[in-house]
Design a protein around this ligand. Sequence first.
Ligand code: ZN
Length: 178
Amino acid sequence: MSLLRLHLLGSPVLRQRSAEVGNVDDDARRLVVDMFETMDAAKGIGLAANQVGIARRIAVVDADGDRFALIDPVIVEAEGSDTAEEGCLSIPEIYGDVTRPDRIVIEAMDQEGNRYRKEASGLKARAIQHEIDHLDGILFLDHLSLIKRQMLLAKYRREHKDDTGHTKEVQAATARSE
Ligand code: ZN
């Protein structure tokens, strides 16, 4: 297992539409393991593969006590509407209110390549939609009004003006006990 470098706003891979996985091979399985580890270390509730520089349709989510991989996920039903604050590991310290459907049904594959169907609402539904957006090159900022987005982008640029490059290392959380 290894921690992967996070790609931050400005990294072109975040704007790419990721490629279908199709066959879940060892590379995909290894990536899922590393993504879970990276998400945990970064204290996120979701992580998409392009956030670690790999443009494949793979994401991991850990929300409301449910932990799962999403490979080639598709939203097959969506209803209702809910507005809540979102942030993103690729856009540190920036938050904004995003309106999304509040109940969804998805179909995806797990890391064994098994197809499954999952119903989600609340935080879990939000996290899944945020990650699927990533796979399509969409960031939560894109859901905000132009004015709000420009304000947050200006704030981000101010706070990150000394950054070199568009990736950052994820520090391991406290040492794990065996
Ligand atoms: Zn994100």
